[in-house]
Design a protein around this ligand. Structure first.
Ligand code: ITT
Ligand code: NA
Length: 201
């Protein structure tokens, strides 16, 4: 069985592949949008991570006919009323400018007292398989935002996020540590039974 990981974000793709391999899913050949020529660009218009993930997975199935998983994710900051949230990839304007997005969040948190620096990474994953019921799940990784970026691993907002129970930022965790506890791995855990069913069909 082939499974399409429907993301344009190379860093996300690396994590998704790594977590799937770590989970020992066998019998599935994982491909990505890089393997799909002339894949159409679609704007993300949903109000929730779930809506966006589902729409991206459905678009992928429509374009390829293959079973597809899509990821919509981001950082929710309590003091910013849950923002950047679904706007995480384009918070500072242009899509995917990780350092501009991160710096804007830091600026916006300038006057916020330490006890109000809570936040969470959220990852919604949607699995759409032709002829089966769609599955949409959410993984949440609670923590707090720090005032200066630290660490070089990971991507996006990792350098300003310290997970609950940690003193290091998620960009100071190595990839195996991040994979064990991240929003993305928590969401993928919930998909595993469905992926195993797909693998054995
Ligand atoms: P696709 O829609 O093609 O999958 P995208 O980059 O547009 O790629 P999103 O709309 O879901 O994806 O945006 C996710 C943003 O949230 C991304 O730009 C990161 O800045 C941030 N993000 C998601 N997961 C993260 C993680 O594990 N660590 C740090 N930042 C993360
Ligand atoms: Na999004």
């Amino acid at each position: 069985t082939r499974l399409l990981l429907a993301t344009r974000n190379a860093k996300k793709l690396v994590e998704m592949r790594r977590i799937l391999v770590g989970a020992g899913i066998s019998g599935i050949e994982v491909i990505s949008l890089n393997d799909v020529p002339e894949y159409p660009e679609a704007p993300e218009t949903g109000a929730t991570f779930e809506e966006n993930a589902h729409a991206k997975a459905m678009d992928a199935v429509k374009a390829t006919g293959l079973p597809a998983v899509a990821d919509d994710s981001g950082l929710e900051v309590d003091a910013l009323n849950g923002m950047p949230g679904v706007l995480s990839a384009r918070w500072a304007g242009s899509h995917g400018d990780d350092s501009a997005n991160l710096n804007l969040v830091l600026n916006q948190l300038g006057d916020v007292p330490d006890e109000r620096m809570g936040g969470a990474f959220v990852c919604s994953l949607a699995l759409v398989v032709p002829g089966r019921e769609d599955v949409v799940v959410r993984g949440v990784w609670p923590g707090r935002i720090i005032r200066e970026a630290r660490g070089t691993n990971g991507f996006g907002y990792d350098p300003i996020f310290v997970p609950e129970g940690e003193t290091r930022s998620s960009a100071e965790l190595d990839s195996a540590e991040k994979d064990r506890i991240s929003h993305r791995s928590r969401a993928l855990d919930l998909l595993l039974p469905h992926l195993r069913a797909l693998a054995s069909s």
